[in-house]
Ligand binder design. Sequence first.
Ligand code: SIN
Length: 283
Amino acid sequence: MKITRVTADLGADITDVDVSLADESIIEAIRAAAIEHSVVMIRDQHQLGLDGLEAFTQRLGTPIDTPYVQPMADRPNVVRVVKEAGERALNFGGGWHTDLSYLAAPPSFTLLYATDVPPYGGDTVWSNQVRAFQTLSAGMQQTLLGMRAVHSAGRPYGTGGVYDITQRGRTMTILPSPDAYAEQEHPVVTAHPVSGLPVLFLNSGYVTRFADWAAHESQPLLTYLYMQSQRESNVCRMRWTNGTLAIWDNRATQHNAIDDYAGFRRELYRTTVAGDAPVAYRG
Ligand code: SIN
C-alpha cells in the first residue's frame, strides 16, 4: 500500500491496495492514514461494489444512518449521492459542513465511493480543523476554549429549510422535518479522541450561534473563524475518479462538494461510522 500526501497537512492518495482483500493490519493502516491526513482517497477500488463498501465500513466501526436523507431501499445505511446530467437542483453536500454535527455523537468517519464522476469538476474540498485552531492567535485560542456552540440541522433539513425549498427536480430524496430544528450543544474546541489535539469544531452548515450568545452577536466571530478554516493553507481539494473510495475523519474536518459540473452526471455512495460525543479540549 502506497500513501502519497496531497498537501503538507491534509489529504493523501492511497494506491496499491484492494480494500476488499485487506487484512486487519491493512485496515488499521488505512484508519491511521485517515486520521493522520484527515482525508484519504483510496484509488482504483473498481471491484468493491456496495456489498464491499458496507463490509469495509463495518470493519471501521458501527455504521449509522443519515437523518433526513432517504437511504437506498435495501441498504438503510447507504445514501446514493447523485446528481443527474440535466439536474438543476442545488447539489447535495454543497457548502461547508461537518457531517451530522447536530447529533449528540456525530460520526467518526464518512466513506464516499465514487462510481460515476464528471470528466472535470465535481471535486470536494476539505479543511483541517486542527490547523484552523493552531493558526489562531494565543489570545483567540484562549477565548474559544471555554465556549460552546449550538448545532442544528434546521437550516438545511428543516421544514421550509434550504433542501425543502429547492426540492424541485432533485433526484435524491431529502426528508425535511420539523424535528431537524432540534438543537445540540458541543464545545467549540474539542479534543480529538485519538491524537488529543485541539480541533476547531465549528461549521457553517449546522452551527447557528454560540451558546448563551444571540445569533447576531455570534455571526461576526463565526464568519471570521470560517474564513480561518477556509484559508488556502488549511484546505485541500481532491479530485474524484471512478472507483475512488474516500474516507475522512469527520472529527477533524469540514468539507464542501463543489457544484461546478453542469451537464454531467455525478454518483457516489456514502456511509458513516458512529463516533463519540465530542469532549472539550482542556489545554
Ligand atoms: C457529502 O457531503 O456527504 C457529499 C460530499 C460530496 O458529494 O463530495
